[in-house]
Design a protein around this ligand. Sequence first.
Ligand code: F6R
Length: 601
Amino acid sequence: MCGIVGYTGNNSALSPVIEGLRKLEYRGYDSAGIALPIAIGKPLFIEKRAGKLKKLEDALAKTPDAKSGIGHTRWATHGGPTDTNAHPHLDNEGKLALIHNGIIENYVQLRSQLEKRGHKFKSETDTESVVHLLSDARKENNGDLAAAMRQVCQQLKGSFTLLAIHSDNPSHIVGARRNSPLVVGVGNGENFLASDVAAFIAHTKTALELGQDEVVEITPTSVVVTNLSGQVVKPNQFEISWDAKAAERGGFSHFMLKEIYEQPKAIADTLLGRLDGLDVKIKFKKFEKIVIIACGTAYNAGLVGKYAIEKWGQIPVDVELASEYRYREPSLDKKTLVIPISQSGETMDTLMALRYAKSMGATIFSVCNTNGSTIGRESDAVLYTHAGPEIAVASTKAFATQLIAMYLIGLEIGRQLEHLNSKKCKEIIKELTQLPAKVEQVLETVEPLRELTRKFKSADSVLFLGRYTGYPTVLEGALKLKELAYMHAEGFAGGELKHGPIALIDNGTPVVAIMPTKDSVLAGKMASNIQEVKARGAVVIAISEDEFAGADHLIRIPKVDPLLQPVLAVVPLQVIAYEMAVARGNDVDQPRNLAKSVTVE
Ligand code: F6R
């Protein structure tokens, strides 16, 4: 939520800041703003606009040049998405600008103290208190902005990434972080600060991770990191493996469509070098139980993970909504392995559940897509998915790779605990190896589904049915449709229908059903569930490996081990959600009210 960029160097700052914001727009897109120091000691140049980044860009046509600057794209929490509430926020002299990602929990108290001291506020945001606080602290510290930032951070409660710039020292940008992301991009004669490496990979692939409660100062030629006591800290440096082109749309009409089509490669990359043993060393024997914690799509991947780990590894697995987990004070100890799953590695709910589990003595083995992210850093071990940058807000290729990570973990546990003999391991490995080609096959056959989907664009509601691994898959299908098409959509386990949800079926209700393979005992039961809804007027689209005459429309997918079926079956569901969003005129890559990285609880 909220994207942050800072640039200082020998070139004009406008273009890297705006380009960076474009790459981060997935994090928030209800308003955007920029601050540029155009003359030493004079008020900063500021432009901020409610609405998409394009509005800001249009307003910047005659922008003066500056060699440094900070920019922000917002996902509103405190105060609606207006020009005034957009960041940056300024001190009373207009020389100090601040941008913020996160929530300042004690802003009400701070604001009232500051108002008593004569500070004038313009916005309804929590952020504005911080800029006034920083302004006073800077004066107290004889103009030392970094010292002021360290002092201010100690007064703040909540989560934040902050970037500040002052016109007295225009090439100097100061940042700080607690519970929200901030990475440094190290260039040649230029340096960057951003919420995510995607903002600067076109300029540099060398990055530095910042730890909790650290303050960073950048100039064109230096980067200094300190803790809140002012001691210099050596940050961890890493090279970004993502290709800058991966963060471009490359001929596709939307990032989401491009990312759907990137799934075969993302799956192959995530499998690479891991089939004969994980590249992360964990002794699974010492754990009696596994708890998977995640949100949204990652949670759905976790549900499939439970099926795989329990079947192949024979360890009991609980899958928990990260946002709920710590509040019920669950029992766990050092015999518990906790697996947080997170594409961004920054989801606050997941991070907080992780910290709770850690405090109870559990070992944390996370599955993340983003290098250098907080969840990865705070884990005992990380299995990185290799989906590459996922820009569309709705997750597709990250989900596919999270499933792969779960299978790899299940396989490794089965192997270590000797529940899988080498013959079974070989069979699983063969099936996993074939997945990229099979997903490719699914992608080659989804075209008719796009036309079919458009026929249902005015439906009030779409229901999804599945059994066994088809159940988490339909939960994911329904989530995708809700977030993209803004339609009522729900996923049900086929057997649950008769316990209530069947009352939702009306004449013409579209029902998307995933058929279990015909060799499974569940195939006949699912066929009956389909008959039950058809008898009540539903129009059924079945996704099936086999010929199936019981539905109104049939989408065929290749044969695969039932545990791995979600990797194939989810693809038509992603396409349905994508096509429905396009048909309903929605913004596919940036659906309303959402942000990709949810760094607030
Ligand atoms: C849905 C979606 C979200 C995320 C969820 C967790 O398409 O993308 O439901 O899956 O917000 O995000 P991460 O994986 O970054 O922790």
